[in-house]
Write a protein that binds this ligand. Structure first.
Ligand SMILES: [Zn+2]
Length: 282
C-alpha cells in the first residue's frame, strides 16, 4: 500500500519572509529544513500505520526544496518542474493523499503568502463555478484517480475555508495562524510533531473505516482562470478551446480533471513565458 504526500512551503510553520521561498533566499535553508522535518515525521507515521511505500512530491517553486540525505528506504521522491500534473505528479495508484505546507487561496485576508498556484499570474481559479485553493485543485485530481485526501497540514485559514468545508473527512493540523500576509504564529516543532503523528493515526483509521472519500469534480469540468494582468489572458485566449470572459478571465471545458489541470498548467507556463519575454524587452 502506497501513500502520496504533496509538499508546499508557504503553509509550513515559521515560513513568513519572501527569502524563505526562493532558491537564493537568505532564509531558504531554514525553510528546507522545516519542510523536510515535517515531511519525514508524516512519512514515518504513515509507514508505522501500514503504508509500505510513501511517494513524496516536492511541490513548491522549482520543486527541489526537500533535503534528500535522510530519506528512509520506503520513501521515493519526485522533484523538479515543469512536470505533468505538477503538485500531484505520481498520485495515481496511491491509496491516500496527504497535503503538507498548503496555504489559502489568493485574496484571503491575514493569510501568509495567500495565492492560487501562481503568485505571479493567477488571481482566481474556479472549477465548476467554485473558487478553489491549490489544495482543492490538487485534491480534485487525486479524487478523480480514486485517491482520497486524508490529511492536510498548513495555514489555519485554508483549513477553515476549504478543507473543513469541502473535505470534512480529512484530518487537519494548523501549522501556523497568520497575523498578516508576512507574519504568523506557530507552535514549537515538538508540539507540531506530536500533533502530526496523532493526526496521521486518525487519518489512517478513517481511511480503513472507509470514512475518507475522494473529492470529485463533475465531468465535463469547467475551468475559469482570472489572471492578474490582461496580457496573460490575451495569450491564454490563443488556446482554441478557451473562451474570453472578460479582460482578465478565460474559461474552457475539459473532459476530465486531469485534462483541466494539465491545460491550466500550460496556461500558467504561458503566462511565465510572457513575463520572461516582457522582462527581456525592458
Ligand atoms: Zn508554494
Amino acid at each position: 500500500m502506497k501513500a502520496f504526500i504533496s509538499v508546499d512551503l508557504e503553509g509550513m510553520p515559521y515560513i513568513v519572509a519572501p527569502s524563505h521561498l526562493n532558491l537564493k533566499g537568505a532564509l531558504y535553508e531554514e525553510a528546507r529544513k522545516v519542510a523536510t522535518k515535517i515531511t519525514l515525521v508524516v512519512a514515518d507515521e504513515l509507514h508505522k500505520g501500514g503504508f509500505t511505500e510513501v511517494l513524496v512530491a516536492d511541490s513548491h517553486g522549482p520543486m527541489v526544496n526537500l533535503h534528500v540525505e535522510d530519506l528512509p528506504e520506503y520513501v521515493e521522491l519526485i522533484r523538479g518542474f515543469p512536470r505533468p500534473l505538477s503538485m500531484v505528479a505520481g498520485v495515481e495508484g496511491c491509496a491516500a493523499a496527504v497535503f503538507l505546507g498548503y496555504h489559502a487561496k489568493f485574496g484571503t485576508a491575514k493569510s501568509t503568502f495567500d495565492h492560487t498556484y501562481s503568485g505571479g499570474s493567477v488571481r482566481k481559479l474556479e472549477v465548476n463555478d467554485v473558487e478553489v485553493s491549490e489544495f482543492m485543485l490538487n485534491a480534485y485530481v487525486a479524487g478523480e484517480l480514486g485517491v482520497p485526501a486524508i490529511m492536510v497540514a498548513g495555514e489555519a485559514q485554508l483549513l477553515k475555508d476549504d478543507v473543513e468545508k469541502w473535505a470534512p473527512w480529512a484530518e487537519t493540523v494548523a501549522l501556523k495562524d497568520s497575523l498578516s500576509r508576512v507574519a504568523a504564529r506557530s507552535p514549537s516543532m515538538a508540539k507540531i510533531e506530536k500533533q502530526l503523528r496523532e493526526s496521521v493515526k486518525k487519518a489512517v483509521a478513517k481511511l480503513e473505516a472507509k470514512e475518507a472519500k475522494p473529492l470529485i469534480a463533475k465531468n465535463p469540468v469547467n475551468m475559469r482562470v482570472t489572471f492578474l494582468v490582461s496580457h496573460f489572458a490575451d495569450v491564454a485566449a490563443l488556446l482554441p478551446t478557451a473562451r474570453r470572459v472578460d479582460a482578465l478571465t478565460v474559461e474552457y471545458t475539459a473532459q476530465s480533471m486531469n485534462e483541466a489541470y494539465k491545460t491550466f498548467e500550460l496556461l500558467v507556463l504561458a503566462a511565465s513565458g510572457v513575463t520572461a519575454l516582457l522582462t527581456q524587452q525592458s
